[in-house]
Ligand binder design. Structure first.
Ligand SMILES: *[C@@H]1O[C@H](CO)[C@@H](O)[C@H](O)[C@H]1NC(C)=O
Ligand SMILES: *[C@@H]1O[C@H](CO)[C@@H](O)[C@H](O)[C@H]1NC(C)=O
Ligand SMILES: *[C@@H]1O[C@H](CO)[C@@H](O)[C@H](O)[C@H]1NC(C)=O
Ligand SMILES: *[C@@H]1O[C@H](CO)[C@@H](O)[C@H](O)[C@H]1NC(C)=O
Ligand SMILES: *[C@@H]1O[C@H](CO)[C@@H](O)[C@H](O)[C@H]1NC(C)=O
Ligand SMILES: *[C@@H]1O[C@H](CO)[C@@H](O)[C@H](O)[C@H]1NC(C)=O
Length: 333
């Protein structure tokens, strides 16, 4: 009797209650790591910038600073972000156009609520030899799927050269070929091995080609992401890389959700042969159930990255599509 009354009241409550707000706080490797939690500009001054020149000046030094960006910033060259910075778009989000950001040889950077659009000749964001970076609630796009192949643009958010302790969360990546490369050469084992710990969660990838993400020599925890029309290959683990893949949802036209096969497919960006480049296979572990939709998976080597070394909350698989669409991208925080 008690039990049924309880069941009735909770189901009534469930039906009338508004959906629980998503938790947008930092989770994953940018939070729990040996160097300390990523805080960006916390504790420093707060300023608002509206021009590329003011933005450039505000990010140049090492002092902690929170920089609010308002409007559009059409950059005439790439900007390098100093350590201890938070760059946060105001309201519906600021836009970075034409040239992107370098986060190079620094630590402790947060980028949030910024549209990174139509970046030519280079990546939207390159994180190189840097630690403790949180890329959260941004939008990356290049205006349409490039008919002229994978190299029409470079990556949206590439993480290279021993970078470590990074979280990429709640971003909307769309209409672009190569999304997020982790480790940019199979010849860099000595540099990268033991680094490249990245958490990707609650990102929305739509109409993309490859690298969602593609990793070498590191560890990536990929959970609760939504992939829609990820045309050629989504998650790729190669060159002894390890991925833990759980609670992700694939929809639309996606041929391959996950592969550990070492071949860099012709639809990615092979360097030496139009048939693709061969390198060593990677590893994959599957945690909580994924919904692969129509996509295939190709796990050639099961690894030992069976459990993330931190606490995190998985969204129920059946809610991932709704929760990610509602929460990813600009103007949500
Ligand atoms: C800022 O960043 C540098 C390099 O990461 C660090 O050494 C420094 O202690 C940080 N804080 C301040 C106040 O500069
Ligand atoms: C700012 O950039 C966005 C995205 O490219 C564009 O849609 C918008 O029209 C731009 N706004 C202004 C005022 O230029
Ligand atoms: C990597 O960054 C550190 C600062 O964190 C710097 O001392 C070192 O020279 C950088 N290494 C390379 C190869 O750029
Ligand atoms: C899926 O995308 C691929 C690559 O663009 C294309 O060749 C194929 O025709 C598409 N399939 C469907 C069912 O749309
Ligand atoms: C795994 O991927 C390779 C390269 O794309 C392909 O040749 C092979 O047939 C795939 N195996 C499965 C089981 O999909
Ligand atoms: C995990 O697997 C890799 C690749 O085989 C190996 O190098 C590493 O030592 C293993 N780690 C542990 C803790 O067993």
């Amino acid at each position: 009797m008690k039990l049924s009354v309880f069941a009735l009241s909770t189901s009534l409550l469930g039906a009338s209650a508004r959906p629980k707000a998503s938790d947008y706080s930092l989770a994953g490797f940018a939070k729990d790591n040996p160097l300390g939690v990523t805080t960006g500009g916390a504790g420093g001054e707060t300023i608002t910038v509206t021009t590329p020149a003011a933005l450039k000046a505000a990010i140049a030094d090492t002092a902690p600073r929170t920089i609010y960006l308002t409007g559009n910033f059409t950059l005439t060259g790439r900007l390098s972000i100093g350590p201890n910075k938070s760059l946060i778009g105001t309201g519906p989000g600021a836009n970075i156009l034409a040239n992107g950001f370098n986060i190079k040889s620094v630590s402790n950077v947060i980028i949030r609520n910024i549209g990174i659009r139509g970046i030519t000749g280079n990546d939207g964001i390159t994180i190189q030899n840097s630690t403790r970076v949180w890329i959260d609630h941004n939008e990356f796009e290049s205006g349409g799927f490039p008919a002229n192949g994978p190299d029409a643009y470079d990556g949206q958010c590439d993480i290279i050269r021993a970078s470590d302790w990074i979280t990429v969360s709640w971003n909307y990546f769309h209409d672009h070929w190569k999304s997020s490369l982790v480790g940019n050469s199979d010849a860099l084992r000595d540099v990268d091995q033991g680094h490249l710990h990245v958490t990707y969660h609650h990102n929305y990838w739509r109409n993309e080609g490859t690298r969602g993400p593609a990793g070498r020599f590191g560890h990536q925890h990929v959970y609760n992401n939504l992939y829609e029309d990820y045309l050629f290959q989504a998650i790729h683990s190669r060159s002894d890389n390890q991925v833990l893949v759980e609670g992700n949802v694939f929809r639309g036209n996606t041929s391959e959700a996950l592969s550990t096969y070492g071949l860099v497919i012709p639809n990615d960006s092979p360097n030496t042969s139009p048939d693709g480049d061969y390198e060593l296979d990677g590893f994959a572990n599957l945690g909580a159930k994924n919904d692969w939709g129509p996509a295939s998976i190709n796990i050639t080597r099961v690894g030992n990255f069976t459990k993330a070394p931190y606490k995190y909350t998985l969204t129920a698989l059946g809610d991932v599509e709704k929760v990610v669409k509602a929460g990813a991208g600009l103007g949500k925080i």
